[in-house]
Design a protein around this ligand. Structure first.
Ligand code: PEP
Length: 228
């Protein structure tokens, strides 16, 4: 069984959600599918699909206009939340410390955080991949509770380029060895129906985090099928 998490980012509308979710609910698979939707699409009819969000406030409640708390997500039926996606780190200046607070708040409210880590192309070229991953892990993972780690090299997200299998195995083995307890580890970055099976079969990879290919049945269902 592999975990397959879809991340719609800031894309999609209600019709598109209904279309994909109906197809997903009719798809028999031994894998676990989780869909991380924009906040506005989380409520309503979900056809039995497991819901995730793409972000959560590091605060419990209060005067934080525009933020969404873990209790609000829980209330809306959310079971998983992305924490520290590289686009949040890049565009919203999220630090490891904030990511840890977000993950801790999620856990406290019964939501499993999916903590994203990964190096930039500059860091990779400088030979710093392992050091960057270790630092992100040591500063972002919560003290207690259940969580998922997603290894997402920033340069692989939305670029159509993926690391080699040996680069992935090196990174995910470091993550596996660094975590105090055994937690699921995902790979994310430019997954499609052609590369999904091979990458999901790499040792220590428990599943995939999928962005643009999760938006439509035509691209998402073949990935799910190829992992069955
Ligand atoms: C992502 O957004 O986490 C991601 C992996 O995107 P893509 O699959 O489009 O590279």
């Amino acid at each position: 069984m592999k975990l397959i998490i879809g991340n719609w980012k800031m894309n999609g509308n209600l019709d598109e959600k209904n279309f994909l979710f109906k197809d997903l609910s009719n798809t028999k698979t031994k894998n676990k599918i989780i869909m991380c939707l924009p906040f506005t699409l989380i409520g309503g009819e979900n056809f039995g699909i497991t819901l995730g969000a793409q972000d959560v406030s590091n605060h419990e409640n209060g005067a934080y206009t525009g933020d969404i708390s873990a209790t609000m997500l829980k209330d809306a039926g959310v079971q998983y939340v992305l924490c520290g996606h590289s686009e949040r780190r890049l565009h919203h200046n999220e630090t490891n410390e904030m990511v840890k607070e977000k993950a801790t708040t999620a856990i406290k409210n019964g939501i499993i955080p999916v903590i994203c880590v990964g190096e930039t192309m500059e860091e990779k070229n400088a030979g710093h991949t392992i050091a960057v991953i270790k630092k992100m892990l040591s500063e972002s993972i919560p003290e207690n509770g259940e969580y998922i780690i997603a290894y997402e090299p920033r340069w692989a997200i939305g670029s159509g380029v993926t690391p080699t299998n040996s680069e992935i195995v090196l990174a995910v083995k470091i993550i596996f060895d660094t975590l105090p307890n055994s937690m699921p580890i995902l790979y994310g970055g430019s997954i499609n129906a052609t590369n999904a099976k091979e990458i999901a079969s790499i040792p220590y990879v428990d599943g995939l985090l999928i962005g643009s290919a999760s938006l439509k049945s035509e691209t998402f269902l073949p990935i799910i099928k190829t992992l069955d």
